[in-house]
Design a protein around this ligand. Structure first.
Ligand code: KG4
Ligand code: ZN
Length: 348
């Protein structure tokens, strides 16, 4: 196989170890992902030290698998891409070192990619190019951000969460409701049996036309609803999820999900209005949520914007989005050298 546009991508920002081979920015030749979800489940969240060790154990195997599946050899590769920010620092370093080794041995450029920008590019994979400008909502276990995307590589941060990420709120509420980890899919399922109007949980819209998010009040409201307020706890009348019927648990799940999805939808609409975006993009693990997908489809029809949501396998962390986006950087002549550093937090 030959072609100047083949990029090998590496992704280890959080708890998925992934490698992918992508041609010309959109054609995914292979996408290998090793999920660590089972390792973290009993802790109810990602444990950074466990994550970086697991990346070390899996990264070579994922690279080997992606190269084998795509039939790609070193002479086919135009560049090596890596998600080098933002993420868990120990995890980022594993992918960065692996990518540097490949770039050095193959004598090809290294391209560092912002992981959240890659999420916003994911709808283009195995699909049509995105019509810009676009308003992108990226919501996962680690981030909740709104962007104006002028092109695949020109993104402006419009707003972000001031406390918990949306996926984190799903995970924590699922823990309160004893629904297991990861919480998003569990709440999504439980919500189908509940009434979204059963409990009027707060929608934190923040002041003015703010495009930032806050989910901690909603999370606390669910906690108090299920366990009782601190006053009630002091008086010994605290409840627990075990006092709720299955129907009541489903109602709380559906009402929480409705409040969170409403907030995301309202902010995305504000962003679209403020920027005149032709396209709405939703990405990240929370983009798998049934209610969110339906709400954004409806919003797109209402405001006459195209809606681009990635296939499920490209909503969650993967390296195809990293390699795909890097192709646009390469075309623009933007490459990095082997001194490229990993950065845990970036606000842009
Ligand atoms: O993007 P991702 O795989 O990893 C990062 O956090 O970067 O996102 C995982 C998050 C978890 O918090 C999970 O609960 C949430 O996405 N999630 C969902 C759904 N599926 C996954 N949240 C709501 N509804 C879902 N169906
Ligand atoms: Zn992610």
């Amino acid at each position: 196989m030959s072609g100047v546009g083949i990029i090998v991508g590496v992704e280890t920002t959080c708890d998925e170890t992934a490698c992918a081979v992508v041609a010309d920015g959109r054609k995914v030749l292979a996408s290998a992902v090793a999920s660590q979800v089972d390792l973290h489940a009993r802790f109810g969240g990602v444990v950074p030290e466990i994550a970086s060790r697991a990346h070390l154990e899996a990264v070579n195997a994922m690279i080997g698998r992606a190269l084998d599946e795509s039939g790609t050899g070193p002479s086919d590769v135009a560049a090596v891409a890596v998600a080098h920010q933002p993420g868990l620092i120990g995890s980022l370093l594993v992918g960065l070192m692996a990518a540097k080794a490949l770039a050095w041995v193959w004598r090809v450029p290294l391209i560092g990619v912002n992981h959240i920008h890659a999420h916003a590019y994911a709808p283009a994979l195995d699909d049509e190019p995105i019509d810009y400008p676009a308003a992108a909502l990226i919501a996962s276990g680690g981030h909740t951000s709104l962007y104006l995307c002028r092109s695949p590589t020109d993104l402006e941060l419009l707003g972000a969460t001031t406390d918990d990420a949306a996926g984190e709120a799903f995970d924590k509420v699922a823990a309160v409701l004893n629904l297991g980890y990861p919480g998003g899919p569990a709440i999504d399922r439980a919500a189908t049996r509940g009434d979204p109007a059963a409990v009027p949980f707060p929608r934190a819209l923040l002041k003015g036309q703010s495009l930032d998010f806050s989910f901690s009040g909603l999370k606390t409201a669910v906690l108090y609803h299920v366990r009782g307020t601190p006053g009630a706890v002091r008086e010994g009348v605290a409840r627990g999820v075990e006092t709720l019927s299955e129907r009541q648990v489903a109602d709380v799940a559906a009402s929480f999900q409705a409040a969170l999805v409403d907030t995301l939808r309202i902010k995305l609409r504000r962003a679209a209005r403020a920027t005149g975006a032709a396209t709405l993009i939703v990405g990240g693990g929370v983009a798998a949520n049934t209610a969110l997908r339906a709400a954004v489809e409806k919003l797109g029809r209402k405001i006459g914007a195209a809606v681009r949501m990635p296939a499920m396998k490209y909503c969650v962390d993967n390296a195809a989005m990293t390699a795909g986006l890097a192709w646009h950087h390469l075309r623009a002549g933007r490459t990095d050298d082997l001194k490229l550093a990993a950065t845990a937090t970036v606000r842009r």
